[in-house]
Write a protein that binds this ligand. Structure first.
Ligand code: SPQ
Length: 432
C-alpha cells in the first residue's frame, strides 16, 4: 500500500474545472443500456474503478461494450440476450453495482455468482436479497444471503408493494429493476426520498414509472429502448472542491456542469445555510437531469444542525461536511445518519478518527457526529483513507488547511469515483 505526501498550508485554490461524470448515473447508463433493445451512447461517462466494474460484469454477461475514456457505446442485449457467464461477476468496491445487479439478474433465467472486495464483503445485502426473495428470487450467499459471495438463480418473479425501512436508492433501484421482469406491478415506498436517477433514466429509455409521494411504481414486462445519455458532473465529487473553496483562504473555484438533481443537492443547501459565498449559474436540463455551474469563494461559516429529510440528499458528502464544520463558528450536529456505518467504511468512525489525528474537535454519536467549529488551522499527521475514496479525498482537502506535513496511506482508493482528483487539486493550487 502506497503513502502520499499531501500538499499543505495552501495559500488559495483558484481556477475552473469540469467535474467528471456522475458515478450513480454512469452505473445506471451501462445497466439500462445493456438491458435495452438497440444501441446506447454515453458521453461524459465516469471511468472510475466502480463504473469499470459494472462494465466488466456486463461484458461477462455477453454484452458488447466499447469504452474510450468517457465515451461508451453499448449494444443492448435486451433482458433475453444476457448470457449465463462462466466467470464470477466481480463488483470490486461498488455497492451500487452489487445491489442493483442482484435485482436486475433475479428475474433473468440464468445462474450468476457475484463477489466484491473486502469492503463489499462487509456491506449488508439482506436489504435487497430479502425483498427480492419476497418477489420469488432464488438468491443465496454467506450468512443466509446477507453478504457476498452471492449466487443468483434467476427465474419468474411476482411484483410486490415493498415498504423499505431505509431511504436507499440502491434498495429502491434493485427492486424496481427486478420489477421490470416481474408479473404485475412492483412498488417501493421509502421513509425519505433517496436519489431518483433510476426513475429518471428509466423514463429516458422509454419506460413508464409512476411516482406518488414517497412511492415509486413500475409495471412488469416493459421494454427499454437504447438512447443517448449525457452524464452530468458528479455533485458528490464537486463537494470536495466546494468545501475547499469555502475553507481555504484566498480561494475562488468554478465547477462546471455539476448535476443539480434535487435528491443530491443537500450539500448546496448546507453550504448556503452555513453562510458560504456560493453562486449558481447557467442552470439547464439534459436527459431529465438538472445541471449548473457553481462558483464558491472563501467564506465566513457558522455551525448548523443537519438531520431528517436532508440526510439522504447529502449522505456521501458527510465526510467532507464534517471537515467544513471544523472551520465554522460554533457547533455542527449531524443526526439521523446511521447509514454512514454501512458504507465503504463505517464513515462515522473513519471521519472522527482521521480528523481527530489532524487536531479537529469532533465526537461520534450513535447516528452521526458533533463537530466543534474552531476556525483554526489543522495540524499535521499521518492519516489513512481506509480504502474509502471519500475519506481519502476529504483528507487531501483537510491537508490544504494543515500547518505541518500530512501523509495519506492508500490514496489509490480515490480512483473509485474520481481518478483525476489529484490532477484537479494540483491545478487549483497552482492556478493563479
Ligand atoms: O456504490 P457505493 O459503494 O455504495 O457508493 C457510495 C459512495 O460513497 O460513492 C456509498 F458508499 O454511494 C452510494 C450512495 O451512498 C451510491 C448510491 C447509488 O448510486 O444508488 C446510493 C447511495 O447508497 P444507498 O445505500 O443510500 O442507496
Amino acid at each position: 500500500m502506497d503513502s502520499k505526501k499531501l500538499r499543505i498550508n495552501s495559500t488559495g485554490l483558484n481556477g475552473s474545472i469540469d467535474i467528471p461524470g456522475d458515478k450513480s448515473i454512469s452505473h445506471r447508463s451501462i445497466m439500462l443500456g445493456a438491458i435495452a433493445q438497440g444501441k446506447t451512447v454515453v458521453n461524459n461517462f465516469l471511468p472510475g474503478d466502480d463504473c469499470l466494474s459494472t462494465i466488466s460484469c456486463f461484458e461477462k454477461l455477453g454484452v458488447k461494450i466499447t469504452q474510450n475514456k468517457d465515451h461508451v457505446e453499448i449494444e443492448g442485449a435486451g433482458f433475453d440476450g444476457l448470457r449465463e457467464p462462466i466467470e464470477i461477476l466481480d463488483t470490486g468496491n461498488s455497492g451500487t453495482t452489487t445491489r442493483l445487479m442482484v435485482g436486475l439478474l433475479s428475474g433473468i433465467p440464468i445462474h450468476t455468482c457475484m463477489i466484491g472486495d473486502e469492503s463489499i464483503a462487509k456491506r449488508p445485502m439482506k436489504r435487497v436479497t430479502e425483498p427480492l426473495r419476497q418477489m420469488g428470487a432464488k438468491i443465496d450467499g454467506r450468512e443466509d444471503g446477507n453478504f457476498t459471495p452471492l449466487s443468483i438463480r434467476g427465474g419468474s418473479l411476482q411484483g410486490i408493494d415493498y415498504v423499505s425501512p431505509v431511504a436507499s436508492a440502491q434498495v429502491k433501484s434493485s427492486i424496481l429493476l427486478a420489477g421490470l421482469n416481474a408479473n404485475g406491478i412492483t412498488s417501493v415506498t421509502e421513509p425519505h426520498k433517496s436519489r431518483d436517477h433510476t426513475e429518471r433514466m428509466l423514463r429516458a429509455f422509454g419506460c413508464e414509472v409512476e411516482e406518488a409521494g414517497l412511492t415509486v411504481k413500475v409495471n412488469g414486462g416493459q421494454k427499454l429502448v437504447g438512447t443517448n445519455i449525457q452524464v452530468p458532473g458528479d455533485i458528490s465529487s464537486a463537494a470536495f472542491f466546494l468545501v475547499a473553496g469555502a475553507i481555504v483562504p484566498n480561494s475562488r473555484i468554478t465547477l462546471k456542469n455539476v448535476g443539480m438533481n434535487p435528491t443530491r443537492t443537500g450539500i448546496v443547501d448546507v453550504l448556503v445555510k452555513m453562510g458560504a459565498r456560493l453562486e449558481i449559474e447557467n442552470e439547464r436540463v439534459e436527459n431529465n437531469e438538472p445541471i449548473a455551474d457553481l462558483t464558491i469563494q472563501t467564506s465566513e461559516l457558522k455551525g448548523i444542525e443537519i438531520d431528517g429529510d436532508i440526510i439522504p440528499r447529502l449522505i456521501d458528502e458527510i465526510p467532507v461536511i464534517a471537515l467544513l464544520a471544523t472551520q465554522a463558528e460554533g457547533k455542527t450536529v449531524i443526526k439521523d445518519a446511521s447509514e454512514l456505518k454501512v458504507k465503504e467504511t463505517n464513515r462515522i468512525d473513519t471521519v472522527v478518527g482521521e480528523l481527530t489525528k489532524l487536531g479537529a474537535k469532533i465526537e461520534p454519536t450513535e447516528d452521526g457526529m458533533i463537530i466543534s467549529g474552531e476556525k483554526k488551522q489543522l495540524t499535521g499527521g499521518h492519516v489513512h483513507s481506509h480504502g474509502d475514496h471519500r475519506i481519502g479525498m476529504m483528507l487531501a482537502i483537510a491537508a490544504c488547511i494543515a500547518n505541518a506535513e500530512v501523509t495519506l496511506s492508500d490514496p489509490e482508493s480515490i480512483s473509485v469515483s474520481y481518478p483525476t482528483f489529484f490532477e484537479h487539486l494540483d491545478y487549483l493550487i497552482e492556478e493563479k
